[in-house]
Ligand binder design. Structure first.
Ligand code: SF4
Length: 373
């Protein structure tokens, strides 16, 4: 199983109203430089042993596209100095509209970046303002055009459905525009409102309407038909691609392949244990600068049960024979009464030696996963 490398770059131009990721507002070039030095030093000093090659590298954030090409190059040099990277590795960077120029995109390409995960979220300027995204829909259109001109032929869009005040017609217009632009991959999420975010406060104080879960479910169902009609295959609950353009890196999380993460809040999984770094950027930098390890959590996981519920996220579901061979365990026998109950509720289906979520099960997936956790 080739591994993946995840690199967390926490900085953003401003903070979106719904965001609860480990991010920091970009304060100064010096602070970013210190962070880049720290992540390079964490990578070079890593004690992770990759058994095989790594065939994916993923810059996530935050907004990694705020880094200069020189900073990206130093981080990639640290990765290649430490680990063996497959020559055909998928190298992705998360990018936000209005954060790149044709020159930086061309320079990233030269460094080997071959996939962009692009945070569009919505083409509706009113909603972008509400989400405090710091860009408008035209910025997204222009950045996408720049990506194409710079030769990026593997681009993913992130879109969010179920925004406060968003109607089914609004969502449909968003899908129309995304499909017309024809990215190779789409990640489509339902809005989650996280405690402690400005958006949660706006909803609580009734300054924004509470999103309607039934409407969000209608949006999800309408999107399945629309994207299938436009030639996208759903390969995971929230992810759709043209054939052959599935995210190789993200697929590793669902098939429980090893992924080694670096940077603030980065998580790793080595096949047996999960690790997490400190979530606070200042603390992370201080710890690395003092020559110590930023790891704050390490735990052994129940690999079989994680493999089961993560596998269920995939469109093909869980290969029951493969599961039995790998874990010497009969999943259906072990969870018979729960699986019968989920089947009766129309949430899962067992067929052709596979356990799969039904379309209804994809909407209530957390209830299904809870059985296996
Ligand atoms: S751009 Fe993404 S990571 Fe940055 S604040 Fe917005 S949602 Fe969070």
């Amino acid at each position: 199983m080739p591994s993946g490398i995840y690199l967390h770059i926490p900085f953003c131009k401003s903070r979106c109203s719904y965001c609860d990721f480990a991010t920091d507002v970009w304060r100064s070039n010096d602070a970013v430089e210190r962070y880049v030095r720290s992540i390079c030093s964490e990578i070079r000093g890593s004690t992770f042993e990759i058994q095989n090659t790594a065939d994916t590298i993923y810059f996530g954030g935050g907004t990694p596209s705020l880094l200069t090409a020189g900073q990206v190059e130093r981080i990639l040099n640290s990765v290649t100095a430490k680990f063996y990277i497959a020559p055909d590795a998928e190298i992705t960077m998360e990018m936000n509209p209005a954060t790149v120029t044709p020159e930086t995109l061309a320079a990233y390409r030269k460094l080997g970046l071959n996939r962009a995960s692009f945070g569009v979220q919505t083409f509706d300027d009113r909603a972008l303002k509400l989400l405090a995204r710091g860009h408008d829909a035209n910025d997204a259109r222009q950045t996408f055009a720049m990506l194409r001109e710079a030769g990026y032929d593997n681009v993913s869009f992130d879109l969010i459905a179920g925004l406060p005040g968003q109607t089914l017609a609004d969502w449909s217009r968003n899908l129309d525009e995304a499909i017309a632009m024809s990215p190779e991959h789409l990640s489509l999420y339902l809005l989650e409102i996280h405690e402690g975010t400005p958006l949660a406060e706006q909803v609580r104080s009734k300054r924004q309407p509470q999103p309607d879960p039934e409407l969000a479910a209608e949006m999800y169902e309408s999107m399945l038909d629309r994207l299938a009609g436009a030639g996208y295959e759903q390969y995971e609950i929230s992810n759709f691609s043209r054939p052959g353009f599935e995210s190789r890196h993200n697929s590793k999380y669902w098939t429980l392949d090893p992924v080694f993460g670096f940077g603030v809040s980065a998580h790793s999984f080595d096949g047996r244990q999960r690790y997490a770094n400190d979530r606070d950027t200042a603390r992370y930098v201080a710890v690395i600068e003092s020559g110590k390890n930023a790891e704050v959590m390490r735990e052994s996981i129940d690999v079989a049960s994680e493999f089961a519920f993560l596998g269920l996220r995939l469109e093909n579901g869980l290969d029951l024979k493969g599961f039995a061979a790998r874990f010497d365990s009969d999943l259906i026998g072990k969870y018979r009464s729960e699986i019968d109950r989920l089947t009766e509720a129309g949430l899962v289906i067992v067929a052709d030696d596979r356990l799969r979520l039904t379309p209804k099960g994809k909407l209530f997936s957390n209830e299904v996963f809870a059985v296996f956790v």
